[in-house]
Design a protein around this ligand. Structure first.
Ligand SMILES: [Zn+2]
Length: 448
């Protein structure tokens, strides 16, 4: 089982990752030498409302940025020269996401600083109130960092980091501007570069200029996730994609230099979840095991309701949300039987009951059991070739880059998590964290 071995190895290595800049990078000139336009250029920006060690934070949100991809950077297979240059003033380390490791709930934790049990954004679950399966959605029970910064007098811009849309940024608002340019990462970066130049951007169909350079600027790119789903975390296009994303990061850095804010800008780069390759499905075996335990299961896709007679509703999205419905709903003995049947499957890595889910601060919207496949497997059909999935605890680890203004060079934050990002960005800008935040400021990595 190569994929499994690879994951286990990666998990143990990732826990102790310390980025050592390759010697070739040490030979590069420092950023200061190349940023003469930076000095005393404060006049080009709006007065910062926050009083933190950074006047601006650029947040580069990379969907599906698996921690293992850093191995490709270290080996030289995927050069990321702009990132490596930035790291001279900061660090890269392994950050831990939240369960389930699905895009919307994961970015929700990054954006709010809250666990899924608090922000309540849930994906691929069965809603007993509407009697339907649900896919991904944008609901949030607590404010995002964009709302928080805005409420404290700050300004925000989001190029397609959709999780903030209408939660602190919106179309047409020059103090909290959202743009959804579509297209590739270059197109999304275009909007951020334009904002840094003080140029208007298309926001929901109208051209809008921000009021000065926003304090928090976010750019979202999902190329890695798309490729990872198509070909798994071993897809041969991944190295070139990493280098292309680095090129876009470099454009943003250059634009901050041109705008004269580079030395007062912190850069934060992270992912929402990793990616695991699978080439085998065990839906047939899984349903047979549930039937053998005396149940009538049904796999539901978003919007579907169970057929009459169904007593186990299953919604698959990386992991499988499994809930007993009908007359036996809430029957603890029945849940125990179901759990034993699922744990007996050789393709299953973990079965998390409600107490396991609570321990992981998961959304209470999930059902009785969350079934996590072993790497290589999916609770679905067998695909034509290797493809990728995420949602399990095997996809929780992502890189976290903290660098630039207000960040201590070469000081790795201690066990950073998704929920620590919003408090830390808030501290960099000198704001209180979002009100629902449960993470901590990664103070060990910040300048006093
Ligand atoms: Zn995905």
């Amino acid at each position: 089982m190569m994929p499994l071995l690879r994951k286990v190895l990666a998990a143990s290595i990732a826990a102790t990752i310390v980025w050592v800049a390759p010697t070739a990078v040490s030979a590069l000139p420092t950023d200061e030498s190349g940023s003469s336009s930076d000095a005393d250029a404060a006049t080009t920006t709006a007065a910062a409302a926050g009083n933190g060690p950074a006047d601006h934070v650029v947040f580069f949100a990379l969907d599906g940025f698996d921690i293992e991809y850093l191995d490709l950077v270290r080996s030289g297979e995927a050069p990321m020269p702009n990132l490596q240059r930035l790291l001279r003033q900061g660090s890269v380390t392994t950050s831990t996401g939240t369960m389930t490791s699905i895009t919307n709930p994961s970015w929700s934790s990054v954006a709010t600083g809250a666990w899924p049990e608090t922000h309540r954004n849930t994906a691929y679950w069965f809603n007993t109130e509407t009697n339907t399966a649900r896919g991904q959605q944008r609901d949030l029970a607590v404010p995002t960092i964009a709302q928080s910064v805005r409420e404290q007098g700050g300004t925000v811009f989001s190029s397609q980091w959709f999780i903030l849309q209408n939660y602190g940024v919106t179309f047409g608002d020059p103090d909290g501007l959202y743009t959804q340019p579509g297209g590739d990462c270059a197109r999304r970066t275009d909007d951020a570069v334009a904002v840094l130049r003080g140029e208007p951007v298309s926001s929901g169909g109208q051209m809008v200029a921000t009021n000065g350079i926003p304090e928090l600027m976010t750019v979202y790119c999902d190329t890695l996730d798309a490729i990872g789903h198509e070909g798994g975390d071993i897809d041969p296009r991944i190295p070139a994609t990493l280098t292309e994303l680095d090129r876009q990061l470099g454009r943003i850095v250059e634009a901050t230099k041109d705008a004269g804010i580079y030395r007062r800008t912190a850069f934060v780069v992270t992912g929402d979840h990793g990616m695991t390759t699978f080439d085998k499905g065990f839906a047939a075996e899984g349903l047979a095991a549930i039937e053998a335990a005396g149940f009538t299961p049904q796999v539901l896709t978003s919007g579907q309701s169970p057929a009459p007679g169904t007593d186990v509703a299953i919604v698959v999205g990386g992991v499988a949300d499994v809930r007993i419905v009908g007359e036996r709903a809430g029957d603890r003995a029945a849940v125990g039987q179901l759990k034993a049947a699922l744990e007996g499957l050789p393709q299953v890595r973990n079965v998390f009951d409600k107490s396991d889910q609570a321990r992981m601060h998961m959304s209470p919207n999930y059902g009785d059991l969350i079934v996590e496949p072993k790497p290589g497997w999916s609770f679905g059909a067998t695909p034509a070739g290797p493809v990728g999935r995420h949602g399990a605890t095997t996809e929780l680890r992502v890189p976290l880059v903290l660098t630039g203004a207000g960040v201590r060079p070469n000081v790795h934050p201690w066990r950073p998590r998704h929920i620590d990002i919003a408090p830390t960005i808030s501290a960099l800008l000198g704001y209180a964290p979002p009100s629902g935040s449960e993470g901590r400021v990664l103070r060990e990595s910040l300048r006093r």
